[in-house]
Design a protein around this ligand. Structure first.
Ligand code: DAT
Ligand code: MG
Length: 155
């Protein structure tokens, strides 16, 4: 059977301001993803420069960092099988106007950078990103009654 894996999600300032946090967390809960870390935190410029390092040469880099510092964000670590792919599918494409209907970005947003949510794009990135935003004692391993549904035998 596959090993459960973890991914890092950030609920961005536009979602916090638009009071969409519950809607987003609810979608992950209903899917059957286990929350193993969750907190509200202010992001600083150094953290964002690192986090969005792959975009440092883009003209929108400065505005992206400012946007991410407008309000606190909600940082989450989610656990499940094929977690990177599952969460990226639920989140949808970067441009919300091109994202598949039913995804968080398509259903709830219309623009970048205010596309509601960040999710790690690979297991390698998730390992780095989880460490970036969470200390070891802020992450939890626990059993839920629903584990038999979400982590049972099967594909
Ligand atoms: P994703 O968030 O889907 O992983 P990414 O890593 O390429 O996408 O970019 C990170 C964020 O940067 C993205 O969620 C929104 C912002 N962004 C991307 N392209 C942009 C653009 N052309 N103009 C403004 N912001 C952009
Ligand atoms: Mg990305």
């Amino acid at each position: 059977m596959a090993e459960a894996q973890r991914t890092l999600v950030l609920i961005k300032p536009d979602a916090v301001q638009r009071e969409l946090v519950g809607e987003i967390v609810g979608r992950f809960e209903r899917k059957g993803l286990k929350t193993v870390g969750m907190k509200m935190t202010n992001l600083d410029e150094a953290t964002l420069t690192e986090h969005y390092g792959h975009l440092k040469d883009k003209p929108f880099f400065g505005d992206l960092k400012k946007f991410m510092m407008q309000t606190p964000v909600i940082a989450m670590v989610l656990e499940g099988y094929d977690i990177i792919e599952v969460v990226r599918v639920i989140v949808g494409a970067t441009n919300p106007r091109k994202a598949d209907a039913g995804t968080i970005r398509s259903d709830l947003s219309m623009n970048v950078p205010s596309n509601i949510i960040h999710a790690s794009d690979s297991l390698e990135a998730s390992a780095t990103e989880i460490k970036r935003f969470f200390k070891d004692d802020e992450l939890f391993t626990y059993e839920m009654l629903t584990d038999k549904f979400h982590f049972g035998e099967g594909v």
